[in-house]
Write a protein that binds this ligand. Structure first.
Ligand code: AMP
Length: 418
């Protein structure tokens, strides 16, 4: 089959890399893609990025299957546009994408469906939010209702930081009880009825080591079957995933961002697509061919399959531009990707582009998150070591990365579960 991937970040590079290895896939296209994706797929411009532009593109290459990476085209109705023309696409409708597109919608849904989540108040404006704050203790969590590329959430330690958050975020708001515990990203494929779970991952959202500093789109992730026990996975499927899919008929990748609290798993947020950077270690570890599952899901025929995985964990460390998640300067030449890959790691591209420096052509930075260095190992410690050995060979001006990706997971090797 011919597959079109919508998007151009690290998540889409990992997906394209995996799909290009499928014996069922004749050709991969990506729109807009990036220089890393161009090694495994034909990259095509996205036009104005509207649902109709992607539909025209899928028709022009006669794609048998389209897979959507980012949330924005889903919320804009790309799946509805494709279905109206009878073209196969894997993702949720615009209505179902509201689970991610609006935090107020998601919280009301969770509450009405009796799915465990943090206590909350929805506030249409800052004045209502200030009144709501009186009902919470600190730390308190303040979220903007609308999409914010992972940056619309502030954990406020005191009233002054809560006021500052209300000034920096866009109304309406959700004010939410702070939950303590370990976070887990739990992602399933769904055809509207049947689900196939992917292996659990743990993301690292804060910019600095030890979860310090502001939240980012994600600074690294690891994929390891030991992130959850079999009993915990069953609870998540029974209490959270299946009720959500039954109530919404959700199709696509459903991603539950969970806090594993002392009262069990609770939903922090839903995403309606694969995570970035979780997709990088997931695709790196995946042994099964995901292409036929994605196609079957578009035909409401997802088999009750269990996917096969490499036994050893995979780790992805994101190399970011100086200043990210704040302002940063693009156009810095990137060195060392080949040397990093020569160690056995895979370097997924996110914010990269072709440039010319001192008269010679090469890659340069083009975004906040630039590269996702991904490697596996026989156990998590080895996977972490292999990933950082490769990451240290890459350089660009201002580059920074966390040095503790996966460390929380190491605790589980000494018998602790979350
Ligand atoms: P969200 O986009 O809702 O997942 O929030 C982004 C990040 O903020 C999460 O990954 C958590 O690290 C943190 N967060 C969100 N909600 C809460 C909460 N209720 N308690 C503690 N941390 C939270």
């Amino acid at each position: 089959m011919k597959v079109l991937i919508i998007g151009g970040g690290g998540r889409e590079h990992a997906l394209a890399w995996r799909l290009a290895q499928s014996p069922e896939v004749e050709r991969v296209f990506a729109s807009p893609g990036n220089p890393g994706i161009a090694r495994v797929a034909a990259c095509l411009p996205a036009g104005d990025g509207s649902p109709d532009a992607y539909l025209a593109l899928a028709e022009s290459v006669d794609a048998d299957l389209t897979v959507v990476g980012p949330e924005a085209p889903l919320v804009a109705g790309v799946v509805d546009a494709f279905r109206a023309r009878g073209r196969a696409i894997f993702g949720p409708t615009a209505a179902a994408a509201q689970l991610e597109g609006s935090k107020v919608f998601a919280k009301n849904f969770l509450q009405q469906s009796n799915i465990p989540t943090a206590a909350f108040v929805a506030a249409p404006n800052a004045a209502a939010a200030r009144r709501a704050l009186d009902r919470f203790s600190y730390p308190v969590v303040i979220k903007q209702d609308s999409l914010a590329a992972g940056k619309g959430v502030v954990v406020a330690e005191d009233r002054a930081s809560a006021e500052a958050a209300l000034a920096s975020l866009k109304p309406p708001f959700v004010i939410e009880e702070f939950l303590a515990g370990e976070e887990v990203s739990y992602i399933v494929l769904s055809d509207g009825r049947n689900v196939v779970p992917l292996e659990p991952t743990q993301d690292h959202k804060a910019v600095f080591d030890g979860d310090a500093g502001p939240n980012t789109g994600g600074m690294g992730a690891y994929c390891d079957s030991r992130v959850l026990t079999a009993a915990q996975s069953r609870t998540i499927l029974d209490r959270i995933i299946r009720p959500t899919i039954e109530a919404t008929g959700f199709t696509g990748f459903l991603y539950a961002g969970l806090m594993m609290t002392s009262d069990g798993p609770k939903v922090l947020e839903f995403n309606v697509r694969l995570g970035d950077p979780e997709t990088q270690p997931i695709m790196h570890r995946m042994r099964s061919d995901i292409a036929p599952l994605l196609l079957a899901a578009t035909q409401s025929a997802l088999p009750a399959a269990r996917m096969e995985w490499q036994p050893g964990p995979s780790v992805c460390v994101v190399l970011a531009s100086g200043g990210y998640p704040g302002a940063f300067t693009a156009g810095k030449p990137i060195h060392g990707i080949e040397a990093a890959e020569a160690t056995g790691a895979t370097v997924f591209h996110a914010g990269t582009r072709h440039g010319a420096h001192n008269g010679s052509a090469g890659l340069e930075t083009a975004g906040g998150r630039v590269l996702g260095v991904t490697a596996s190992g026989s156990d998590l410690a080895a996977a972490i070591d292999n990933t950082y050995t490769a990451a240290r060979l890459i350089h660009f001006d201002g580059m920074h990365y966390r040095t503790d990706i996966g460390r929380k997971g190491l605790r589980r090797y000494s018998g602790a579960t979350i």
